[in-house]
Design a protein around this ligand. Structure first.
Ligand SMILES: [Zn+2]
Length: 136
């Protein structure tokens, strides 16, 4: 192989490597963008699911419609969230609703508590059969 052919091969190889690097960089950026979009979609789905679950629990009485006078908050200690039914952790703010009479405490993640607080205001108990009626 003469020097001219070797030089041409090196230049071609360098150009191909540069193009491949640009394509790899572009692909990496697209992967990162897709991850962000998937995370946002998962968060929206999670919020919708949380609202739906808490709404159902308000309607069937698994969550109280009345807010107790005192609600405490603090880091989770492994309790089951009554809203989303996942275990709380120390990195999460958890609200503690005292039970009436002998009822046990109810624990809600702060996000679940906010959803519960909003939805319970939109829901009232029917006076005769205690069935829950949604107010528009
Ligand atoms: Zn929760």
């Amino acid at each position: 192989m003469d020097n001219q052919a070797i030089t041409l091969a090196l230049e071609t190889s360098t150009a191909l490597c540069r193009d491949a690097h640009a394509v790899a960089l572009q692909a990496s950026e697209l992967v990162a963008l897709n991850r962000v979009r998937l995370r946002e979609q998962a968060e929206r789905t999670s919020v919708r699911n949380r609202r739906w679950i808490i709404r159902e629990k308000l309607w069937d009485g698994r969550l109280p419609c009345d807010r107790p006078a005192v609600v405490r908050g603090g880091p989770g200690r492994g309790e089951m969230c009554a809203g989303c039914e996942t275990i709380t952790s120390a990195s999460q703010l958890v609200m503690e609703l005292p039970g009436v009479d002998d009822e046990p405490l109810t624990y809600l993640h702060a996000d679940c508590f906010q959803v519960w607080e909003t939805l319970r205001r939109l829901t009232v108990a029917h006076p005769e059969d205690r069935a829950l009626v949604r107010v528009r």
